[in-house]
Design a protein around this ligand. Sequence first.
Ligand SMILES: Nc1ncnc2c1ncn2[C@@H]1O[C@H](COP(=O)(O)OP(=O)(O)OP(=O)(O)O)[C@@H](O)[C@H]1O
Ligand SMILES: [Mg+2]
Length: 383
Amino acid sequence: MNERSGRLRAVPVLDLDAIIDDPDTRIVVCCGSGGVGKTTTAAALGLRAAERGRSAVVLTVDPARRLAQSMGLTELDNTPRPVAGVKGEGKLHAMMLDMKRTFDEIIEAHADPERARQILTNPFYQSLSSSFSGTQEYMAMEKLGQLRRSGDWDLIIVDTPPSRSALDFLDAPERLGRFLDGRLIRLLMAPAKAGGRSAFKLLNAGFGIVAGALTKLLGAQVLKDLQMFVSALDAVFGGFRARAEQTYKLLQAPGTAFVVVAAPERDAMREASYFVERLAEERMPLAGLVVNRVHRAPAAVLSAARSTAAAEDLETRGEHDLTAAVLRLHAGRMQLAAREDREQEHFLSAHPTVPVARVPAMSQDVHDLAGLRKVGELLAAQS
Ligand SMILES: Nc1ncnc2c1ncn2[C@@H]1O[C@H](COP(=O)(O)OP(=O)(O)OP(=O)(O)O)[C@@H](O)[C@H]1O
Ligand SMILES: [Mg+2]
């Protein structure tokens, strides 16, 4: 077996320090499929930018609890908070978005406690709120627009939500827009909005019929709850389309850099490929690809095949159990590294001009500033 035959082709190196140091870079968006390291990369780049003197803010989505705590993120109040422990002259702020919590808070704010409890435990609300995929993506974009307009930051680093597909970040806000503009929603909105406005008379008439049918189907109480929920939605998302379009333009601006994160695995690399192609179609500026959690081949002098053969030999003779185990481990690591190389090959051959940075798999999860600093160093140390 020639497990290093798929040696990685040479591609341009992604120089992330050049990107975060460049005063013209105002927004970095870290995207990619689920679980690949988007939050970690975003936080690490934010910390590194701050420690290199910039005033940076990281917009995270659902960071792991310990990581959130280490960045001082204990409350979901949609406001950037200063991160303690940053070295040097720069500044780092961080905030986190949690859509489910935000929805619950809207309901709590719009209803008395008993009614709020009824709604929150209402299975209808639960399935509705969880099927609004796209709200998180929308909120991330909306918040990005707000932060950018505030002009308070040199650099905004955006983490993207844990969707299965990386493309959801670009598609979901539009999908949500279509939903909010949809007929049923407009009908449900009508009683809340009507307030004597004649334009809504027609809708109200229509609503009467639909409401009659829905009341039979759902019961008057559930329907009222649903209306309350929908008008709460409108309070948050009113003016949706115009703002989403503005933010979309912001993403196309030259001061934006998309960093696509992938694990060296088939699905993640394929997703990264789609995303890179989509960014080109949308004329959105791609900085490059981060391949995260890469396993390096150990001492390549001993191939996996020879290592396995030697282990088998020792095992059949019943000798040197520990040595056999080490040889097996070595073979496994060599095979893993070779497989990871192969999984990257398709992307690299399809996109030979996209700059790439690789970050090794560390032995521990990244849950504090020291860990983020280390990831930042690894991101920058490309050769
Ligand atoms: N290079 C690395 N070495 C070791 N662990 C890592 C590395 N990068 C990320 N991790 C760990 O992997 C886990 C997933 O990372 P992270 O939360 O950043 O992924 P994500 O893409 O944001 O996931 P999601 O799609 O769920 O939001 C975390 O526990 C993190 O600490
Ligand atoms: Mg994440």
